[in-house]
Design a binder for this molecule. Structure first.
Ligand code: 5GP
Length: 190
């Protein structure tokens, strides 16, 4: 009798701001279409080029609160002290039930909540090669104001200290290598 396929894994990818989570995720999306990326709900405004339902579900504060009250969020957090972001539980559960490996790209507070709600989830910490390199990446991308950069760097310091809470650390020295290491941990075959 054939054995049942191994259940799909829920993987959380977190790490400090500007570490390159977006770039690593983009690489995985492009090369590993079998990985399902959760689309979060957020109260922040869309950036140019971002589409509702693709990058995020862009919702009002009121709608977000309703989803929280109805316990529709697997986790949620206020990120960088400004906007709320949350993972929609039903969508993640649907994909896992269908046997697809799921990747959540969320912040540290969210990662902790997922581990509590689903202890079988694996947490991967994406780390920068060094602090100086992280500062360089954040300032270099030029998408935040100076005040916002300072807030994000303060958050990054706290986030870096949390590495020990994670199951694995992947250093983002080279995007392709970091991405390959992550999909391997997710059990996705080349
Ligand atoms: P951005 O505004 O640059 O798209 O995202 C800011 C931060 O929010 C990132 O660190 C990202 O990981 C985090 N984030 C995105 N979606 C979620 C989510 O659903 N839950 C939590 N806790 N954080 C999220």
């Amino acid at each position: 009798m054939a054995s049942a396929p191994a259940p799909a894994k829920l993987t959380v990818l977190a790490g400090p701001t500007a570490v390159g989570k977006g770039t690593v995720s983009a690489y995985i999306r492009q090369h590993y279409p079998e990985v399902w990326f959760s689309v979060s709900a957020t109260t922040r405004a869309p950036r140019p080029g971002e589409e509702d339902g693709v990058h995020y579900y862009f919702v009002s504060d009121q709608d977000f609160q309703q989803m929280v009250d109805r316990q529709e969020m697997l986790e949620w957090a206020t990120v960088h002290q400004v906007n709320k972001y949350g993972t929609i539980r039903s969508k993640v559960e649907e994909q896992l039930a269908a046997g697809r490996p799921v990747l959540l790209e969320i912040d540290l507070q969210g990662a902790r909540q997922v581990k509590q709600a689903m202890p079988e989830a694996q947490l991967i910490f994406l780390a920068p090669p060094s602090w100086d390199e992280l500062v360089r990446r954040l300032i270099g991308r030029g998408t935040e104001s100076e005040a916002e950069q300072q807030t994000r760097l303060a958050t990054a310091k706290v986030e870096l200290a949390a590495e020990a809470e994670f199951d694995y650390t992947v250093v983002n020295e080279k995007v392709e290598l970091a991405a390959e290491e992550i999909v391997k941990l997710m059990g996705v075959k080349r």
